[in-house]
Design a protein around this ligand. Structure first.
Ligand code: NI
Length: 200
């Protein structure tokens, strides 16, 4: 009798774990888990890059929380969707949005000049900061943040695209990793998380 009870308990626990994993699968994209697990420590770090107004942006000088997203302006799909989400987050935060810098860092510095970034980010929200730099500078920031990206030449064309990790990072004023969000997460959940930190 006791063996049967034990067996049934195991089955029930197994079912619960399966359901939980299935519901939360979007929160644990395999590639990011690998990225984070492959690091000796969590991703993060300050950066000095050039903003869309051709001014030097030093994350250490801003003294604000940061929402950081890596992408590129020629991105046909995921980047625009994510930046619409970031805009929505800024709007929902209202006054609290002054406590946070929303940052878009290009992984395609070859094409994304400050001028191109300026047109691009302002089309989504006037408060989004677009950053670019030299290839080496971008490599360094991407490495610090565990962000994979790679150029891919499109078949039969001179054009290329950039494959890149689609994750929104939340960092504190020290440039340290707080959390990450997959693209599918609802903006209200990110807003809630940010508010909790601001009002802590
Ligand atoms: Ni993209």
């Amino acid at each position: 009798m006791r063996k049967e009870v034990l067996f049934i308990s195991f089955i029930i626990i197994f079912i619960f774990i399966s359901i939980y994993s299935f519901i939360n699968k979007d929160f644990f994209p395999n590639n990011l888990v690998q990225v984070i697990e492959s690091q000796d420590s969590l991703p993060g770090g300050h950066f000095v890059l050039k903003d869309q107004n051709n001014q030097v942006f030093d994350s250490a000088a801003s003294q604000k929380l940061m929402l950081i997203y890596f992408g590129f302006t020629y991105c046909p799909d995921v980047c625009p969707t994510t930046l619409i989400k970031v805009s929505d987050i800024i709007d929902r935060l209202k006054e609290d949005s002054k406590e946070i810098n929303s940052i878009f860092i290009t992984v395609d510095p070859e094409r994304d000049t400050p001028e191109i970034l300026s047109d691009y980010v302002s089309a989504f929200h006037e408060d989004i900061i677009g950053l670019t730099g030299t290839k080496n500078e971008i490599d360094k920031v991407a490495e610090d943040w565990g962000v994979y990206y790679q150029k891919e030449i499109l078949d039969g064309e001179e054009d290329y695209t950039m494959n890149h990790l689609d994750i929104i990072f939340l960092a504190n004023a020290n440039g340290e990793f707080i959390d990450y969000f997959p693209p599918k997460i609802q903006s209200v959940l990110i807003v809630e998380k940010i508010r909790n930190i601001i009002n802590r």
